[in-house]
Write a protein that binds this ligand. Structure first.
Ligand code: IPM
Ligand code: MN
Length: 348
């Protein structure tokens, strides 16, 4: 028997509700196997900040680093000033654990409502760089609040950081049937970073001769995501473009309630972290009506990352079947009812 040792950060708002269902499905898919799950909860988020003023201490980081992976619900609360938990907790985890691959798949499951009239087959993954770009916090402001204020946010792009994420994206493209990689950037305006990304993609492509390489400016990419999303297979892009594109990608594939993500440290030096793309949704927190599907799919991404591909596929199939069963079914189910239904399907 092996034990999957998980750190669980349920977080704020609907976080604890959806995480409970994710763990329920994880238990169901591993039931009867030789893998046991051990979970350690970490009380992080708005409550902790209100009580102690702490977001994430060095001790927290050291303790979480001991686990094999992290499952995170959602962080954020209207009572906490904007940026405090985002920078002090969520981004701190991503940076401290060197989550340089922010993996965000978009699959349009049959029957899922989409705003697109004729979407075609949508199945792509965005490999969003996770440790650089404007998210580094390299910037500053002077004469704040005056008419002469200057506010700078500097996008940091290193040859090392760009190459490792581009290499990872190529490897993922290589492993998919269509073997296509699209670089999304804006090198006609952001000439310094844009050309570093372009040169890097060109150089790394020599090691992946079977992968077809393509490029789109980020503004054009938003049009393609609406008009012709089936053209995409693997997209590689920087931290901020990836943030924006993946919200749009979620919107065309059934909304944020279905969008899963992995903050991956591919080298395994640190635990990778899996979380739904959505936030803490304080407006519906505590009502038991949040859709836990994105968290369940994030659990599947986690299993895939840990090499349990068969179990991951079973969860994905169970979700697809559950979604198909929603078509034309007017009754709205609670968070736990959806979790129960998916858990029952993976159990077989
Ligand atoms: C996301 C979120 C975060 C981001 C915020 C909450 C810091 O929007 O995971 O996409 O910008 O990365
Ligand atoms: Mn986002």
């Amino acid at each position: 028997t092996r034990t999957l040792d998980l750190a669980v950060i349920a977080g704020d708002g609907i976080g604890p509700e959806v995480v409970a269902e994710g763990l329920k499905v994880l238990d169901a898919v591993l039931a009867g196997s030789d893998v046991a799950v051990a979970t350690t909860p970490y009380e992080l988020g708005a409550k902790r900040w209100h009580a102690t003023g702490e977001t994430l201490t060095d001790e927290d980081l050291a303790a979480i680093a001991q686990h094999e992976a992290i499952l995170l619900g959602a962080i954020g609360d209207p009572g906490v000033p904007s940026g405090v938990l985002e920078r002090g907790l969520l981004l701190k985890l991503r940076f401290a654990f060197d989550h340089y691959v922010n993996l965000r798949p978009s699959v349009l499951y049959p029957g899922v409502p989409t705003p697109l009239a004729d979407p075609g087959e949508v199945d792509f993954v965005v490999v969003r760089e996770g440790t650089e770009g404007p998210y580094v916090g390299n910037g500053g402001a002077i004469r704040v609040g005056t008419a002469a204020e200057v506010a700078n946010e500097v996008s940091v792009n290193t040859a090392f950081g760009v190459e490792r994420v581009v290499r990872d994206a190529f490897a993922r493209a290589q492993a998919r049937p269509r073997k296509k990689l699209t670089l999304v950037h804006k090198h006609n305006v952001l000439v310094h970073a844009g050309h570093l990304w372009r040169r890097t993609v060109e150089a790394v492509s020599a090691d992946f001769p079977e992968v077809t390489v393509d490029y789109a400016h980020v503004d054009a990419a938003t049009i393609y995501l609406v008009n012709d999303p089936s053209r995409f297979d693997v997209i590689v892009t920087d931290n901020l473009f990836g943030d924006i594109l993946t919200d749009l990608a979620a919107a065309i594939t059934g909304g944020i309630g279905l969008a899963a993500s992995g903050n991956v440290n591919p080298d395994g030096e640190f635990p990778s972290m899996f979380e739904p793309v959505h936030g803490s949704a304080p407006d519906i927190a505590g009502k038991g009506i949040a859709d836990p599907t994105a968290t369940v799919l994030s659990v599947a991404l986690m299993l895939e990352h840990l090499g349990m591909t068969e179990q991951a596929a079973r969860i994905q199939e169970a979700v697809a079947a559950d979604i198909a069963a929603r078509i034309g079914n007017e009754t709205t189910r609670s968070t736990t009812e959806i979790g129960d239904a998916i858990a029952a399907r993976v159990a077989g």
